[in-house]
Design a protein around this ligand. Structure first.
Ligand SMILES: NC(=O)c1ccc[n+]([C@@H]2O[C@H](COP(=O)([O-])OP(=O)(O)OC[C@H]3O[C@@H](n4cnc5c(N)ncnc54)[C@H](OP(=O)(O)O)[C@@H]3O)[C@@H](O)[C@H]2O)c1
Length: 261
């Protein structure tokens, strides 16, 4: 794990990160703790969450939960206590494949994890943020929402990420002037388990063009590390911007390119 050094941007704050056991979520959690935040770490795999908690020196509370189950999402919000920073990072890329072959029940589960849980955690934690007149909500999206035709064979994922973006920007308008901001983060193309799944796993049910694109990105060495992507988001999180769609690539790819020259 890249050592970001200790800072105090989020000292005294508590950050809840979903999907905090690996990938971008783990890097975000570690980065938030490095800036002084206490953590609430949520995902299904307790061992992975405990692995993240072991990397930080601030208080880290592990809450294993399946975000596809609304009752478990409500329990997370209740157990978390006062949360100042909510990072809705957990998501699934499935079901993949031609839409006519998709199981509607799997589609509904993807919506539950990728969209309903995002809104439900906000609903559960927003009253406290409004009362304290400070809050930061960031919802992870994807380039799939920017270019909905691109992820051919990834209809469920594209649908959910487009929904998350609409939800977030609408929420930001509602929250204007409250001290609580809501922003979208598109994290770029990042070397994680999800990316491996899309390129080499169940995601091979997506179109050949999609697999070729991600294979090419990997072979050119253009995948971001989770820490690089997390760093770009964390640099923006303390500010007052709201209703924005932040992209990793704008900053990081440009910097990687200029580092090479
Ligand atoms: N990697 C990329 O290139 C990329 C590109 C664009 C957008 N994104 C977005 O970035 C975010 C993080 O992606 P990632 O690549 O880091 O994914 P990842 O490596 O697959 O990690 C996903 C995390 O979400 C958790 N999760 C999945 N299903 C869950 C459920 N039902 N309940 C609770 N937690 C659940 C996983 O833990 P458990 O399995 O233990 O539950 C894991 O901690 C996602 O929103 C993704 O859509 C990623």
């Amino acid at each position: 794990m890249h050592d970001r050094g200790m800072g105090s941007t989020f000292a005294g704050r508590t950050a809840l990160v979903t999907g905090a056991g690996r990938g971008i979520g783990r890097a975000l959690a570690v980065g938030l703790a490095a800036e002084g935040a206490d953590l609430v770490l949520v995902a299904r795999s307790r061992d992975e969450l405990e692995g993240t908690a072991a990397l930080v020196s601030t208080k880290a509370t592990v809450i294993p939960a399946d975000l596809g189950e609304l009752s478990q999402v409500a329990a997370v919000a209740a157990e978390a206590g006062a949360v100042d920073i909510l990072i809705n990072n957990a998501a699934v890329p499935w079901p993949a494949g031609p839409t006519a072959t998709i199981d509607p029940a799997e589609f509904a589960t993807a919506v539950a994890i990728n969209v309903t849980a995002v809104a439900a955690l906000t609903i559960g934690l927003l009253p406290g943020m409004l009362e304290r007149r400070w809050g930061r909500i960031v919802n992870l999206s994807s380039g799939a929402a920017q270019a909905p035709a691109f992820l051919n064979g990834g209809n469920a994922y594209t649908t959910t990420k487009s929904a998350v973006e609409g939800h977030t920007v609408n929420l930001a308008a509602e929250l204007a002037g409250t001290g609580v901001t809501a922003n979208v983060y598109r994290p770029g193309t990042v070397a994680t388990a999800m990316m491996t799944w899309v390129r080499d796993g169940g995601g091979t049910a997506m179109s050949a063009e999609v697999r070729e694109y991600f294979t090419d990105v990997q072979q050119r060495g253009h995948l971001l590390t989770p820490e690089q992507s997390a760093g770009y988001l964390l640099a923006r999180l303390g500010g007052e911007d709201t209703g924005q769609t932040w992209h990793a690539e704008d900053g990081i790819i440009a910097r990687l390119e200029s580092d090479k020259t």
